[in-house]
Design a binder for this molecule. Structure first.
Ligand code: AMP
Length: 289
């Protein structure tokens, strides 16, 4: 087992058996689940994991279960070699990169982890079945890796809320650690899907982070003002070329993802999803009203 000071190449495990051998005598273990095409956002999660555990495992698996039939599973960027090199730089000990058939030998599993009501809102409404796919693969990864902690990004705010809920509801023995949203220098939240954007599309897409900044500035004035500030920026972006086509904009309770009332006080998440060209982007801001 490599130590945290060793920056040599991580061990790449392709099967549960290889993973178990790689993790014999692992000590405190942190898992960072990803779909690969790693960027600075993922690396920030690895750094948190590195600080917290003796052994850091990064899983790289483009999970077919969480993609809808008309989504980008086939064209999702894949680069295991480049990803492994980035993991080496961050002192990752083990990369777990199973084939689809290794994770789902019988095809779609008959038994899955249902995301329930919270999983049917916002992202779940736009992407039916998405969170059931996410929770099922996360539960499988927890059982395969048996981590003491797992690091998830707040970029996917509803996802981390649901993972926390699954861990609580199913008594899974793992600590969930949240990592702040990492942004590119122009403000766009780092994402593997940003490579799909043309230069013009990217310029339009900056309205997402601008709308969240405008909302942040209105947080002292309450929920209605927050929604209005973000909506104004997004309305302008809807008329831009290329246009930003809003999927949803919602101010929600961070634990339940139910809509925050106009008189809501305390913590809230302003979450949005939009399409620019053929690319679907999500972003959010944590606010105190
Ligand atoms: P993905 O590969 O897109 O499934 O993301 C893997 C993990 O990285 C998830 O926990 C994401 O929330 C997290 N992540 C992706 N992009 C960012 C970002 N820009 N900032 C922080 N975390 C991120």
């Amino acid at each position: 087992m490599t130590s945290s000071a060793d920056r040599s190449a991580p061990l790449v495990a392709r099967t549960p058996g290889e993973l178990r051998r790689a993790l014999a005598d692992a000590g405190t273990t942190a898992l960072v689940p990803t779909m690969g095409a790693l960027h600075e956002g993922h690396l920030s999660l690895m750094r948190i994991a590195r600080e917290r555990a003796r052994t850091v495992v990064v899983s790289i698996f483009v999970n077919p279960l969480q993609f809808g039939p008309d989504e980008d599973f086939d064209r999702y960027p894949r680069d295991l070699e480049g990803d492994t090199a980035l993991c080496a730089r961050e002192g990752v000990d083990v990369v777990f990169a199973p084939a689809t058939g290794t994770m789902y030998p019988a095809g779609r599993p008959a038994v899955t982890v249902e995301a329930g009501e919270m999983g049917s809102r916002l992202e779940g409404a736009s992407r039916p079945g998405h969170f059931t796919g996410v929770l099922t693969v996360v539960a499988k990864l927890f059982h395969l890796v048996r981590p003491d902690l797992a690091v998830f990004g707040e970029k996917d705010a509803q996802q981390i809320a649901l993972v926390r809920r699954m861990v609580a509801d199913l008594d899974l023995p793992v600590e969930i650690v949240g990592a702040p949203i990492l942004r590119d220098p122009d403000g766009l939240a780092s994402s593997s899907r940003n490579v799909y954007l043309s230069a013009d599309e990217r310029a339009s897409a900056l309205a997402l982070s601008r709308s969240l900044e405008a909302a942040r500035g209105a947080a002292g004035a309450g929920a209605a003002a927050v929604r209005a500030a973000a909506a104004a920026v997004l309305a302008e972006a809807a008329a831009a070329r290329p246009p930003v086509r809003l999927d949803y904009l919602a101010l929600v309770d961070p634990a339940t993802f139910t809509e925050a009332a106009d008189g809501h006080r305390g913590d809230a998440v302003l979450a949005l999803a939009a399409r620019v060209g053929s690319t679907r982007l999500i972003d959010n801001a944590s606010l105190t009203l």
